[in-house]
Design a protein. Structure first.
Lengths: 508, 310
């Protein structure tokens, strides 16, 4: 037992609604190692770590930490036992300063905060020591995502963490920032810190970890030494079958321009200009990829193009027709389809049934409605045929769509949008948070649509996806395009730099 | 030395301003704590009424103003406990629970007053808090009258706001409270007990609202009248927004209402003003709301305001 820092034994956890997130999981982590928890979304990685961090109580199972049985009832217990966690969605209060966030929850309520100078000093010292570049007096909401993540790490170190859990930390970073983070973590491990690193990215596992435990469907598939394995084997463990890592992308010749916009400017909800004068065109049989770290104006760009928020532009054309004002009906008629970034908030109405969601955009029209009355038989029949055509896994088409997995929900959105045979398809983050199987499927569908003649605009923060699907790539940074590159794998590095705002000389 | 009539008018109006603002300051400063913890209590009006009656009733029966205040405080605690059980623990809709409190407050205070006190047909008044003229200071011309000849409940608003501001911005509890209203999950992961913090936020708010209500019966007037709070609870809600959810902001915005109220009273007393008194009575509410609407900066409400956790 002594050679393990953490031993989680036979952990079971289920949630109301019958989801078995963890089924008899046993995980052992050695001191000073970087241990990857690899698995698809929904495999139970985050739940397992939330149990270790005291956010959830397991239904059964035991946790040993530093050789002793550990009863964790709250995060306070975890912190006191020197366990730190950097969550995927940062747990920082945006209106407080870095220093206030660091000491939050650490004092008795009646404590007067009269020693903040000392806290600031200590944060500066630690920031220098670890090379984190964190300013304790800054207000968190003014920091970039990368900086906030460093604050999270520093917060854990400040509380003296011996074990640091990171939940998909690279999801929000540029390739260069990720690279830097992985090096930093290796550095921490060399100083004796133990790290558990949650991810679903195989390259990261290979690059950073000493050992890796693969989870699937709430169960442990196995634990292996990283140097004794390879990405292919890990992928197989993760998915349970061979994975097609390459998409078949036929060569096509782009045709005429289907969509074009000149000098598009969009403001966000706070009135700040976040898309600052971009121009581009998309041709038929072409996928134009827009790469970039989330939060550089892509969300607003997509909403503006879809006609969901106001925008300014010099000229916009769809299929030759001038678009002058925000008119969704007209965009629909001209053949625009939109697969939105957030399927749960925009693509679907969660409390509605699968069938109702399938006809969200067409329920007013024949044959789904006649003289103002819905034709339920037609709607059901149509839904059944679509469900089997796209092999969507549903129990009953009358059940709430909220009960479907993320991947199947996304398939519904994709099936609905593609069924209208769009001229111009706007796709935003099409595979975020869905499993590998559904990802493969969605990506393949996008290419099918391209080959059938649609013009496609693909916005994605996933570089691999951008390179796999696009015919041309535009890189977005702070509301502007940094340049255009062809989808040549050799140029990933360059695109990464452009995503971080560096102007790169594009050859040719 | 004779003061000019205009200056005299101003002097008496400013002196009344602080008195008029007092009940609102108590309620609004309390509500700052409630809302900063992420709970919206629109039931202030009802809770103030209950406090006003509890304070009056106990003070009248015992002859002790201090016991009256204590009773108001207890009524606030009880109201707050019920409000928090429903909104924080049961996670019921905060607007609905608040509205229920307004109705209960109006109904209960009127019912109890009629059953216990109004059968005699006489107005049963008590001896309210007397002005405490501060030595030397109260003799300063103009300012003495405006600032230093008030009763202890009025002076108390200053101390309250000072303490409130200190607690909110300079103590660990204040930090926790603000984080709970802003990002409760983040607070939770640092080990802060979110529900407990919200209970305290709610209780501070209701206790101060009840005291604000009691200030009407024990310090401002000397009796209970049905519906004596007359919308001050709702004004306090607006005042919290205008004051950007800070104690001193609430203090200042309450004084604004107080000044309109004082002006209105003086206009009513002037024979040359021919506007019907009903319009004059509406003036402070209308004017306050108009000023608040037109001047409100884009201060942001606590992000988790009104959202139950988890």
């Amino acid at each position: 037992m002594e050679d393990y820092l953490v031993r989680m034994e036979n952990i079971c956890k289920s949630f109301p609604g019958g989801v078995q997130a963890n089924r008899n999981i046993t995980l052992e982590v050695r001191p000073g190692e970087i241990h990857c928890l690899l698995g698809e979304n929904g495999a139970g990685k985050t739940v397992l770590m939330s149990i270790l961090y005291g956010l959830y109580k397991p239904d059964s199972g035991t946790i040993y930490f530093k050789g002793k049985k550990l009863d964790i009832h709250s995060t306070k217990d975890a912190i006191e036992n020197r366990i730190g966690m950097v969550h995927q969605h940062f747990m920082l209060v945006p209106t407080l300063t870095v220093a206030e966030n660091v000491v939050l929850g650490q004092y008795q309520p009646w404590k007067v905060l009269n020693d903040m100078d000392k806290v600031h000093q200590r944060i500066r010292t630690m920031s220098d020591e670890f090379g984190l570049d964190v300013d304790p007096s800054k207000v968190v909401q003014d920091l970039s995502v990368g900086e906030q993540q460093r604050v999270e790490i520093l917060k854990a170190l400040y509380h003296g963490a011996d074990l640091l859990i990171l939940d998909e930390p690279t999801a929000v970073l540029t390739p260069q920032e990720s690279e830097h983070l992985l090096k930093f973590l290796r550095d921490l491990a060399n100083r004796g810190l133990t790290i558990i690193f949650i991810t679903h990215k195989l390259e990261e596992v290979m690059q950073v970890s000493d050992r890796v435990t693969v989870l699937r469907d709430g169960r442990v598939v196995g634990t292996v030494n990283t140097r004794d394995t390879n990405p292919r084997e890990l992928a197989r463990m993760m998915v349970g079958r061979e994975v097609l890592m390459e998409l078949k992308k036929a060569k096509t010749e782009p045709g005429k321009v289907i969509f074009s916009v000149r000098n598009l400017r969009v403001k966000d909800a706070r009135g700040l200009e976040v898309v600052r004068g971009v121009s581009f065109e998309v041709r038929e049989r072409e996928v134009l990829g827009i790469a970039g770290v989330s939060g550089n104006g892509q969300t607003e760009l997509a909403l503006a193009l879809a006609g969901l928020i106001e925008s300014d532009f010099d000229e916009m054309r769809l299929d030759g027709q001038l678009i002058t004002k925000r008119d969704l009906q007209r965009l629909n008629r001209l053949g625009m389809a939109h697969i939105p970034e957030d399927r749960q908030k925009m693509g679907l109405i969660l409390p509605f049934s699968v069938a109702e969601n399938f006809v969200l955009k067409t329920y007013r029209d024949e044959p789904f409605a006649r003289r103002g009355f819905l034709q339920f038989d037609t709607i059901r029949e149509y839904t059944r045929s679509q469900v089997s055509k796209f092999s969507i896994r549903v129990g009953d088409i009358e059940e709430e769509i909220a009960h479907l997995s993320g991947g199947n929900q996304q398939k519904v959105v994709v099936a609905r949008e593609l069924d209208r045979q769009p001229r111009f398809l706007l796709v935003n983050q099409p595979t975020r948070g869905i499993d590998i199987g559904a990802t493969e499927f969605v990506r393949q569908q996008i290419l099918v649509e391209r080959d059938a003649g649609a013009a496609i605009l693909l916005i994605s923060a996933d570089l691999e996806e951008i390179f796999a699907l696009s015919d041309r790539i535009l890189v977005m940074f702070e509301g502007r395009f940094m340049g255009e590159v062809p989808p040549d794998p050799a140029l990933v590095e360059q695109v990464g730099l452009m995503m971080a705002g560096k102007t790169v000389q594009t050859s040719g | 030395m004779e003061l000019m009539p205009a200056l005299l008018f101003l002097q008496s109006m400013l002196a009344a301003t602080w008195r008029m603002a007092t009940p609102i300051i108590y309620a609004a400063v309390g509500e700052v704590f409630t809302e900063r913890s992420g709970v919206l209590n629109i039931g202030l009006e009802g809770i103030m009424l209950i406090g006003a009656f509890a304070g009056y009733s106990v003070a009248y029966e015992t002859g002790s103003l201090v016991l009256g205040l204590l009773a108001a405080l207890l009524s606030g605690l009880l109201s707050g406990l019920i409000f928090a059980i429903f909104t924080v623990s049961v996670k019921a809709n905060q607007i609905v629970v608040g509205a229920a409190f307004n109705m209960i407050g109006m109904g209960l205070s009127a019912f109890l007053y009629r059953t216990i006190y109004s059968q005699s047909g006489k107005v049963l008044s008590l001896q309210p808090f007397r002005p405490l003229d501060l030595p030397v200071l109260s003799n300063i011309p103009f300012f003495g009258e405006v600032l230093f000849r008030h009763n202890i409940v009025v002076y108390g608003t200053l101390l309250l706001t000072l303490i409130a501001s200190f607690v909110l911005y300079r103590t660990a509890f204040g930090l926790s409270l603000r984080s709970v209203g802003e990002h409760p999950k983040a607070a939770d992961t640092t080990g802060i007990n979110v529900p407990a913090t919200r209970y305290v936020g709610v209780l501070i708010g209701t206790v101060l609202a009840a005291l604000g209500g009691a200030s009407l019966t024990l310090a401002y007037s000397d009796q209970f009248v049905e519906g004596i709070v007359t919308g001050r609870g709702f004004i306090a809600l607006a005042v919290v927004v205008f004051g950007s959810w800070s104690p001193w902001g609430a203090f200042g915005a309450s004084l604004l209402f107080g000044s309109f109220y004082a002006l209105q009273l003086r206009l009513q007393a002037m024979p040359e003003v021919v506007i019907p008194y009903q319009f004059l009575q509406a003036l402070p509410y209308l004017a306050t709301l108009l000023v608040l609407i037109s001047l409100t900066r884009r201060a942001r409400a606590p992000r988790a305001l009104g959202v139950p956790y988890p």
